[in-house]
Design a protein around this ligand. Sequence first.
Ligand code: TRP
Length: 399
Amino acid sequence: MEKKEAEEQEPGQVVNPWTVSAKGGGKIDYDKLIDQFGCQRLDQSLIDRVERLTSRPPHVFLRRGVFFAHRDFNEILDAYERGDKFYLYTGRGPSSEALHLGHLIPFMFTKYLQDTFKVPLVIQLTDDEKCMWRNLSVEESQRLARENAKDIIACGFDITKTFIFSDFDYVGGAFYKNMVRVAKCVTYNKVVGIFGFSGEDHIGKVSFPPVQAVPSFPSSFPHLFNGKDHLRCLIPCAIDQDPYFRMTRDVAPRIGYHKPALIESSFFPALQGETGKMSASDPNSAIYVTDSGKDIKNKINRYAFSGGQDSIEKHRQLGANLEVDIPIKYLSFFLDDDLELENIKKEYGAGRMLTGEVKKRLIEVLTELVERHRQARAAVTDEMVDAFMAVRPLPSMFS
Ligand code: TRP
């Protein structure tokens, strides 16, 4: 009876910075999200254009549709083609000590964009945000921000082109002036409409969105972009962050700034299946960058949802359902080799390859990735964190 009632009250799909849940526990409907948010699909012609302009194969996350939506990305490419520069802005809310694979995706992709387009990058650590939303003290949030900065640096960003900042340290001056300019343009009703705050939410939440908005404007970084007020900004992010930037884009022209462009990803699915994004509260739902080879093997073998059949005979006969198979999904994020992936899909889909064999390949791929990350992170010293976070000019940022 109770269950039935819950089903009847089935809410639709909810995607915002705090909740990602699909309708009826199913898959996120990304086409619907594009319509609902009013962003554009990142189609093949745009991907081909990236390849033409950069003379490099497009990143696997572009080829496989991980980054699938955008706003004005074509305008960034127009600017680049004319020889105009732009800068990148991304961020992380430091809510946990260890990152999982899903957290790495925007940073891996941002690194590709930085290397390929040779542009500066600002990375916001919203320690203030997580302090207000999670039950964390100011000090603990700031500590986590520095810890997470090490993982971010381990992704390989170029220190001569990258500025990482914590809100607690950096908010003030020109950045704060922009926050006030934004805040004056957004009514309480508007912020409630976009983010769904209620009368019970504390006022810190209501006042936060301008903090995430203003890194989109070059004048928030006078030590980097003094006199370059018309520099365009491109934001790589997961699509749950779109509400912040809808607000930002709405306000920008009213205060004399360009709207930031966006390139947006889908969510990395949980091991148990593709029904949303991974949950930080269930350690068995995700692979963490701190997992050992043994943990990875164990988690994939025990928890990764399989589209294979229950018995070998049935599997040989019917083949695997690739649509729901998590090992295939994970390989499509992290196995670079297009031919190998195609071959695995063909053989597994036809039942000639078994789930165990696909999982074995995935375990190899992820163990190597996590081990590479572990080594890179171990090499990041406190001095390097200070260096990335120092308020300083970046002399070679456009070359
Ligand atoms: N709110 C984001 C989070 O919780 C962090 C963030 C700040 C961000 N600025 C951003 C993410 C810009 C993407 C792009 O993780």
